[in-house]
Design a protein around this ligand. Structure first.
Ligand code: AMP
Ligand code: MG
Length: 398
């Protein structure tokens, strides 16, 4: 059986970055930049004032200097004349500095008598002046490809006049839930039926990974039906199914994938929850057969599908941050497979403490709902109270 690391490596070695597309600048939030951005503007475009006050010449700013106010310039306007010796011009934040002036004195630092001002103190040359190009120069390479775009980058793109930007494409991910027992949202489960959970958790996880989910609905445990649904997803970039990948008589997903033309690369990984996970290629497209229990499906998505989707979207960091936490209760992982146990994190001493989110069965979805992270615990181990746990952090810390 493969280790989690071996399986992930086998998967990622067969995943490549998708193509690129141009999108509106706001739509690029959270996407990965696919081109360098070189500035064709100077920011700011001309010297301007960072305060409401008076523009003047530094040489005139000795203590007690009295200057004639010769005009006024507001943001959005232009100075009507130059500022000469012994003169000052009323100026507002963001207004262009008049020619001749090199310094701004804030209004609170002068005594004003309408058409004359007297300075209260001394000033340094160039005080309160924002210089042309002090933020960005023409020709500056301000953003590199591979950058994940956030609000600041989007502001910069807008400042530089880019209404659109080239980013990596988002994979379209087909989600298929298999099982005779599944009743989908919108119908009450009848006798012997259970609600379909996985379609929704997996589609949400796809969205969280910055990709685009496409539901293929629920399909019965019939070879031809599964095969046909797999073939119907041929235009999507990735296929993710859940359930039907163990060794039971009704576990038909692997065979259906093969019949639809997939080459399967791996099956079964030494982990708990989630041992039976299948990965293969349908032509150039990756396919994942995840286990059916809701927690197993979520955890295997987290460990294997999410990194693959991130790689396809051009991201370089493919895994979540890991933090160390002290066990606040004994954390047992009996058996021969590595455990990914759901834990809640809390401040404890000068670090973090972790406690299990209750029952850890792979069908106990609430163990996942309450989880801040997955504690990675070696096989046949009980981590004692105070022992160190390595935790894959799934959400912002409380
Ligand atoms: P299987 O791998 O088909 O044996 O499924 C394992 C367990 O997961 C069974 O108890 C199924 O009923 C359950 N299961 C399978 N698919 C889903 C689903 N979409 N939503 C909730 N539970 C499911
Ligand atoms: Mg089944």
């Amino acid at each position: 059986m493969l280790t989690v690391e071996e399986a992930l490596e086998a998967i990622l070695s067969r995943i490549s970055v998708l193509g690129t597309e141009r999108v509106d600048v706001l739509g690029s939030l959270g996407r990965v930049l696919a081109e360098p951005v070189v500035s064709r503007r100077e920011i700011p475009p001309w010297p301007n004032s960072s305060m409401d006050g008076y523009a003047l010449r530094a040489e005139d700013t000795g203590r007690g200097a009295a200057l004639a106010v010769v005009g006024r310039v507001e943001a959005g306007g232009l100075p009507a004349r130059v500022v000469g010796r012994g003169e000052a011009m009323r100026i507002f934040t963001g207004a262009p500095l008049p020619e001749g002036a090199d310094t701004v004195v804030p209004q609170e630092d002068v005594e004003s008598t309408g058409d004359r001002i007297a300075l209260r103190g001394t000033l340094e040359r160039a005080a309160y002046v924002r210089h042309r190009g002090e933020d960005v120069r023409v020709g500056d390479r301000v953003l590199e490809p591979g950058r994940v775009l956030t609000a600041a980058e989007i502001g910069l793109l807008a400042t530089l006049g880019h209404g659109q930007v080239r980013v990596y494409r988002r994979p379209r991910v087909a989600i298929l839930s298999t099982g005779n027992e599944l009743a989908d949202l919108g119908s009450e489960p009848g006798p012997g039926q259970i609600p379909n959970t996985n379609t929704y958790t997996l589609m949400a996880q796809v969205l969280e990974a910055g990709a685009e989910p496409v539901s293929l609905g629920v399909v019965r445990d019939r070879l031809e039906a599964i095969e046909e649904r797999v073939r119907a997803a041929r235009d999507e970039d990735v296929l993710v199914s859940s359930a039907g990948v163990s060794v039971g008589e009704l576990d038909l997903v692997r065979e259906a994938l093969t019949r639809a033309g997939a080459e399967l690369h791996l099956w079964q990984v030494s982990m708990r929850p989630g041992k039976p996970i299948t990965f293969g290629s349908l032509g150039s497209r990756p396919v994942f057969g995840l286990p059916g229990n809701p927690v197993s499906a979520m955890v295997t998505f987290e460990l294997f599908v999410r990194p693959a989707l991130l790689k396809m979207t051009g991201r370089r960091r493919l895994t979540r941050p890991r933090v160390k936490a002290r066990a606040l209760q004994p954390v047992p992982n009996p058996g021969s497979r590595r455990g990914y146990l759901r834990v809640q994190l809390e401040a404890s001493g000068d670090g973090l403490g972790a406690r299990l989110t209750g029952e850890q069965g792979s069908a106990i979805l609430r163990s996942m709902v309450a989880a801040d992270g997955l504690a990675v615990v070696p096989p046949d181990t009980v981590v004692p109270i105070g022992g160190e746990l390595e935790v894959i952090q799934l959400r912002e810390l409380p």
